[in-house]
Design a protein around this ligand. Structure first.
Ligand code: KIV
Length: 272
């Protein structure tokens, strides 16, 4: 907040300044209005409407079935809640791979229809042209390297990327290429800490780690993981800051018991 009580909205310039001042950048995913409102009020910098939506909210086994319409629907809900944070819409599988024209059109939908301030997309040098064209249309792009879940079948599973020197070099080069193509930041997912540190110090744009170690300029987690709401599996890089799944089951169990016993609703919840 400024001295006049006005919100200092987070923009691409804020992200750049934070990197250069060494101030850590905080990012979480959100997919709905109340969660996004709580995050914004708590002071999160960036909110990603991730295509992880497919797994943690819609119950798919991967992010691949998520559509543009799913993403627009959820990004709208998040944007309605947010006053300060930057809202980033995650471009789903097949929304930017077929042609640069389609990619620019779909990226535009996130800003025009859904109120996002930026988009994110996965991939290295092969998406550089797309990043260049979307950025040239005035849409800030966050890149995503390392473990890129939309390529899960090509990667052969959810595992650490860039362990061998040739793979590490390729990720380093990709990061530079994406910076030159106009990306304003880059997510580094599941890469060794030392590699993320080298990339972070070699780029002018901010790195946001998820399983990338402490030297990244910022960190992101999937909100359902860090609040303990998604119990199917927990990646090593997740810290659970709460156990909401347990809390929910406890509250729902109490409700069931009280309704069965006839102790809810009481007089204080009923009308005369
Ligand atoms: O979809 C998502 O939530 C993401 C984050 C893991 C970075 O891409």
């Amino acid at each position: 907040m400024s001295t006049e009580g006005k919100l200092n909205k987070i923009t691409v310039s804020t992200v750049r300044d934070m990197k250069h001042k060494g101030e850590k950048i905080t990012m979480l995913t959100a997919y709905d209005y109340p969660t996004a409102a709580a995050m914004d009020e708590a002071g999160i910098d960036l909110i990603l409407v991730g295509d992880s939506l497919g797994m943690v909210v819609l119950g798919y086994d991967s992010t691949l079935p998520v559509t543009m319409d799913d993403m627009i629907h959820h990004t709208k809900a998040v944007s309605r809640a947010v006053k300060r944070a930057m809202v980033i819409g995650d471009m789903p599988f097949m929304s930017y791979q077929t042609s640069a024209e389609e990619a620019v059109y779909n990226a535009g939908r996130f800003l025009q229809e859904a109120g996002a301030h930026a988009v994110k997309l996965e991939g290295g040098r092969e998406v550089a042209e797309v990043v260049r064209k979307i950025s040239a249309a005035g849409i800030p792009v966050m890149a995503h390297l390392g473990l890129t879940p939309q390529s899960i079948h090509q990667l052969g599973g959810y595992k650490v990327q860039g362990k061998e020197s040739a793979a590490a070099l390729r990720i380093m080069e990709d990061a530079k290429i994406l910076e030159e193509a106009g990306a304003f930041s880059v997510v580094l997912e599941c890469v060794p800490t030392g590699l993320a540190e080298k990339i972070t110090s070699s780029l002018q744009i901010a790195t946001i780690g998820i399983g990338g170690g402490v030297h990244c300029d910022g960190q992101v987690l999937v909100v359902h993981d860090m609040l303990g709401m998604f119990e199917r599996f927990t990646p090593k890089f997740v810290k659970k800051y709460a156990r909401l799944n347990m809390e929910m089951k406890k509250a729902i169990g109490e409700y069931i018991k009280e309704v069965k016993q006839g102790t809810f609703p009481g007089p204080e919840h009923s009308f005369k």
